[in-house]
Design a protein around this ligand. Sequence first.
Ligand code: ADP
Ligand code: MG
Length: 614
Amino acid sequence: MKALSPIYKYFWKYKTRLILGILFILLSNYFRILSPQITGYVVNNVVKTIAEVKNPGKSIQIKNAETSIVLSNELYDFNSFTFEQKILFSGILLLGLALLSGLFMFFMRQTIIVMSRHIEFDQKNEIYKHYQSLDIGFYKSNATGDLMNRISEDVSRVRMFTGPALMYFFNLAIIIGLSIFFMLQADVKLTLVALCPLPILAITIYTVNSIINKKSERIQSMLSNLTSNAQESFSGIRVIKSFAQEKAMLSFFNKTNEEYKKNSLSLAKTEAIYFPSMALLIGISTLITIMVGGLAVAQGQEGATVGKIAEFVLYIQMLTFPVSAIGWTASMTQRAVASQTRINEFLNITPTITDSKDALSNKLSGEIIFKNVSFTYPHTGIKAIKNFTLDIRSGEKIAIVGKTGSGKSTIAQLLLRMYDVEEGSIAYDGIEIKKFSLNHLRTSISYVPQEVFLFSDSVKNNIQFGKASAITEEIESAARNANIYNEIMEFPEGFNTIIGERGVTLSGGQKQRISIARAMLKNPEILIFDDCLSAVDSKTEHSILQHLNEYIEQKTAIIITHRIFSLLNFDKIIVLEEGKIAESGNHEDLLQKKGIYYEMYQRQQSEGIKDQIN
Ligand code: ADP
Ligand code: MG
C-alpha cells in the first residue's frame, strides 16, 4: 500500500468529491436497506389476512409483526389502515425508497468515478512531464513499449483503484455494516445463521478472481506479442516477400496465435466457474435461513414470523454483491499497487542533466571551446571521445569528417548537452556549458540529427516545429533554402499534406531536406548538421550548400559529413578517428599532408568519376 502514496495528493486535491461521494454511498445504501423490513411487514400482513379469511370472525395476532423499525413512526397509526391500504402504502414506500437509493447511486458514480478520471488525467500529465525531463540516456536504456505501458496500462489500473475499487469498498463496508446492524436488531440467531456461509463466499471469490487476473495478465502479454509480431511482419512485408518467407512467418504467427487461444479457453473455463459457485453459496445461505427461520415459526417461537424470513432472504440478496466485491476490490487494489510500483520506478529517476542554480541565458556569440574532452556512453561503456581539444571562433565554419563510429555524432550530442562530458570541459563564450539554461542552450542551436525524425503531421507543422510563431513566408523561404519547396508544392495538398503512415511517404532525401528546413527556420546562433545530406544526390547537395553558405554567413556552423567533395569553403576541417583528432587544417593543408584526409579525398574523387560514367 505504501507504493500508492504518490496518489494520496490527488485524493487531497479532489477531497470535496471524495467526501461527497462517500456521503452519497451512505445515503443510497440507507434507503436501500429499509426495503427488506417493509417487505417483511407486507408478508406478515398477508399471512395474517389469509389466516383471518380462513377463520372468519377471529382476530389473528402475529407477535411483533405489526411494526418494524421504519414503520414505527408515531405520526401515523398503521394498524388502523385496512389491508389494502397497508399494501398500497408499502408499495408506494418501496418505490420511493428505490428511487431515492437510485438517485444517490447516480450521484455516487458522478462524484467518485469522475474523481478517478480527473486523477487519471493528472497522473498521465505528471508521468509525461517527468518523462520529458529525463535525459537521452534514460530513453536509450528503456524500451519505448515499456514507457508507453506505464503511462497507459498502468495508469488505467491505478484508476480502477481510485474509481471503482474505492467506490465498491466504501459501498460494501457501508452496506455490510448497515445490514448487519438491522439484521441483529431483527433477530440475532437468524443473523448468525444467515451470515455463516458468506466468509466462504468472499474467500472463494477472491481466490477465483486472483486466478482469473493471473490468467488474463498472461493472455494480455501474449496478445501484445501477437500484435507486435503481426505489426512487424506488416512493416517488413517487403523483406518477407522478397525472401519468400511468407510460409515461415505464417507458421510462426500460427504458433503464437495457438498459444493465445489455448490460454483464452482456459480463462473462459475459470470464468465459467465464477457465477455458479457464487450462486451455490448464496443458495446455501438462503436455504439455511429459511430452514432455521421456518422451524422457529413452526415451533411458535417468540418473535418468529414468516415476514422475518422474507426480510432475511432479502438481506442475503443484498449482501451478495458487496461480499463478492470484497475479493474483486482486494485484487484490484493489488494490481494498482503493482502498477503504481512500476510507475514509481520511473518517477523516482531524477534527470542527471538539469539546470544549475541561477542558470544563464546569455546570448551566445558562437564561440566554442573544447578542452581535453573525454566521454564514455554510460550504459555501454563505449569510450566515444578521447581527449578532444578544439577552439571554434564566433562565425567559423567547421567540418568534421571521419569513418562511421569515429565519434562525430557524439560531438554534436555533447554540444547540445544531451550528455555531460566525463572529463575536460566544453565552454560557450568562455562559460562552462553546465552554467547555461538547457532550454536557452538548445534554442540557441539548430541541430539536424543524423537520424531524421518527422512527426505524422503536416509538412508545415513539421517545419514550424521549433518556432511556433513563424509566418507562412518564413516557412516557405526555409523550404526554398533547403531545396524542397518545389517538391512540397507538388504534394497533393502542398504544405498541408500529412506526412507518415496516413499520408505521403517521403524519400530519405526529402525527409532530410524537410528537417534542414526546420533547422533553418529557427534562425539560431549556432548550426549543427549531422550528416544530414547523406541521402541527397550531389547536385541537390551542392545547391543546398550554396543557400547554406549565405544563410550561415554570420553564424558558427559545424557540418558533420562523410563526403569531402563539397567542403571547400570551411575554415577548418577535423578528421576524427576513434574519438581522437587525427588531422586538422583547411582543405589544402590536409591534402598536402597526404594522410587520412588525402586518401578519403582520392577515393571519393574516383568514385565520383565512376558515378558520372555510369
Ligand atoms: P559517428 O557519428 O562518427 O558514426 P558516433 O558518435 O555515433 O560515431 O559513435 C561513436 C561510438 O559511440 C561508436 O562506437 C558507437 O557505437 C558508440 N555510440 C554511439 N551512440 C551511442 C549510444 N547512444 N550509446 C552507446 N554507444 C553509442
Ligand atoms: Mg554519426
